[in-house]
Design a protein around this ligand. Sequence first.
Ligand SMILES: Cc1ncc(C[n+]2csc(CCOP(=O)(O)OP(=O)(O)O)c2C)c(N)n1
Ligand SMILES: [Mg+2]
Length: 508
Amino acid sequence: MQVMTFSPEPGAGFAVDGYARATCKIGVLCVTYGAGGHNVVNPVAGSFSERVPILVISGGPGEEKRKLGVLIHHQAKEIESQFHIFQEITCAAKIINDPRTAATDIDAVVRAVWLHQQPGYIEIHQDMVEREIEVPREVLEWDGTLAHAHSDPRKVEEAARDTTARFNRARKPAAIIGIETFRYKLTREIVELGEKMGVPCMTTVLAKGAFPMDHPQYMGVNIGPISPPPIRERVDEADLVLNLGTLLTDMNLGSRLPHLPREKSIWAVQNKVDISYHTYTEVTLRDYVKALLKAPLRQHHEKVEYCDNLAPQPPGDARQIQVSDMLWEVNKFLQGRKGYMVVAESGDMLFAGLDIKVGHCGTYLAQGYYASMGFGVPGALGAQIGTGQRPLILCGDGAFQMTGPEICHAPRYKLNPIVILMNNGGWGIFRPVTERQDLLALPSWPYAQLAEAWGGRGFHVQTVGELRAALAEADQIPSFVLIEVRVDPYDLSPVTIKYIKASVGQEQ
Ligand SMILES: Cc1ncc(C[n+]2csc(CCOP(=O)(O)OP(=O)(O)O)c2C)c(N)n1
Ligand SMILES: [Mg+2]
């Protein structure tokens, strides 16, 4: 087992999330009681809301200490306060304080993590660590497999029949792929289904990467009303939209209510299928997709064109670089190269990243819904450990100042991400909507020098040509690389501009 340590606990929390998110395996996070446990509440809350399977193991004060009746160091309100906090952000939480039930309690939490694809929590009291515990036979003989939820086969069959009838009547169906397809390792089946149906396939914001971006049927990211016009028009024209594993979040919908009428849509998510106004419960996504793969679906042959939000790149390499130039240059860089994944931080880069195209089965990771700053660098380190793909991290200066220094751990684990640090001198995404601009400013760090001091390579670029050259060089450098890209404080990515306009209620 690979054990890694980080500097502040949030780094460890995001790294475990990144590992689990990228590999669809359970990641384990170990923290000390109180100061440590409370320090990972934010990353674990992110794993909870975006359905990433991790197991949190925390220490806890022993029985002897409790009996003293005094306050125990690291305690917040009650001794049990940390446990109560984690009950809110996990699907199962147990304090392990009884040797007779310890094994079954741990077993139950691990099974729940897998079943719900959400974090679980175990608190092991100090005086329990060395205790002998009773292990029931079924736990001893467990073959290591973890079960997903079960379906009712009759409901699966009927849901698939109902879907087939509607699909075969539809003239212009389309599919929107959601994050559950990736979490339940269904990408191969979803691609097969997309090909069998022959319809345009889009993803939500959170699920970017769940459908291969270089597949001829991939149309791009659907963000409701602020999608690229061809996507918006195609969804409006659709007489049936098949939503597979799509969580209904404001981010996925461009902060508006869905404009898909229910009678024209099918939603398969969270172990149920809603078809028009009917609901089939106890139908897992896996069984539903498998049933559709066997169903007599009419094949369409629609020609699909990939679209993003980028205007054509103006010519000239000596130009002052803009955010959209960075996106163009990263796309060109990725086009000819295998073995890269992209990780996008929160802030402008969360929206900017939607215009990145990673081919060759490269992973794409971002907290597309919970959207916590600080995920990028440590999340990418965890993801590289899990997949071996080299991360290209898109990160703002604000987010880097939160957890970016975790990059100093890269050399000792032989990890080598490339960090593209967009330095706009502050919390840029809020500049168009904030009166007190002074509150958004950040001190400038010597980013490139810090990278060198931490065992990596640092670049500082200001023009399009300099970024292109730095990326090409970074590709050949075995250590981690940080490229600081100086941009205008008011320059933002195309999707952020649309998102802000939509949020403040302006027309696009
Ligand atoms: C932990 C956390 N705190 C606060 C926020 C709210 N927030 C979202 S974006 C942002 C500023 C991002 O600044 P920066 O990383 O420099 O990115 P930029 O938009 O400037 O490119 C803030 C404060 C958040 N998402 N997460
Ligand atoms: Mg910034």
